[in-house]
Design a binder for this molecule. Structure first.
Ligand SMILES: CC(C)(COP(=O)(O)OP(=O)(O)OC[C@H]1O[C@@H](n2cnc3c(N)ncnc32)[C@H](O)[C@@H]1OP(=O)(O)O)[C@@H](O)C(=O)NCCC(=O)NCCS
Length: 173
């Protein structure tokens, strides 16, 4: 299966491939109680989703993101920084790069879901300008066979065709 490669935006970022998945999964299982499986990543690459790696100056993998580009909107599916590198600005840098990429392709919004209990990630997204716009009940698995709600967050990009039409005063039908 071949992934449709989407160019990574800056030198510290590189497009994820199947050969990177051992390193990616080594981080994934340390960063989450309920990590993505190898199959989740393989399917995302095969489907042509945007998937970037972030490296430090010594070319060590420190994080990654996966996103699903849709019509005028992109949906962030996975944003992860290795625990040893968290709070170093890497999550924000990947998020900003993704927002720039989405803006450049004409998206109006970036969407994501985040666990209600994930206060660190929610703080990051709020600091980056995302608004909490809804909830999905029992969206995630949780400890002891329970489920946890997701908070739905949206970043308005104001760059899509709709925004351009609004900018010229034309009605959007
Ligand atoms: C959430 C995550 C991606 C954030 O990446 P990061 O590189 O650690 O975050 P950054 O250093 O870029 O943080 C930028 C800002 O976000 C906020 N923030 C990030 N993590 C935070 C935390 N744990 N607590 C409070 N605020 C936090 C702060 O405002 C921070 O700015 P500051 O450090 O100047 O105060 C990372 O912690 C991670 O991978 N966590 C485990 C996986 C996960 O939960 N992913 C998100 C799933 S939706």
């Amino acid at each position: 299966m071949n992934a449709v490669l989407r160019p990574a935006p800056e030198p510290t970022h590189r497009v994820m491939g199947v050969s990177d998945l051992d390193a990616v999964l080594a981080i994934e299982v340390t960063a989450y109680s309920f990590p993505w499986t190898r199959g989740n990543f393989v399917d995302s690459l095969a489907a042509g989703y945007l998937a970037w790696l972030r490296h430090d100056a010594a070319h060590r993998l420190i994080g990654y993101c996966v996103a699903l580009p849709g019509f005028e909107e992109t949906h962030l599916l996975n944003l992860t920084v290795a625990p040893a590198h968290q709070r170093g600005g890497h999550g924000r840098a990947m998020l900003d790069a993704l927002a720039d990429w989405a803006r450049q392709r004409g998206d109006t919004a970036l969407w994501l879901e985040v666990r209600q209990s994930n206060h660190g990630a929610r703080a990051l997204y709020a600091a980056a300008g995302f608004a909490e716009v809804g909830q999905r009940r029992d969206y995630y698995p949780a400890e002891r066979q329970k489920r946890e709600d997701a908070v739905v967050m949206r970043l308005a990009l104001d760059s899509g065709i709709g925004a351009q039409l609004r900018g010229t005063g034309d009605a959007l039908v």
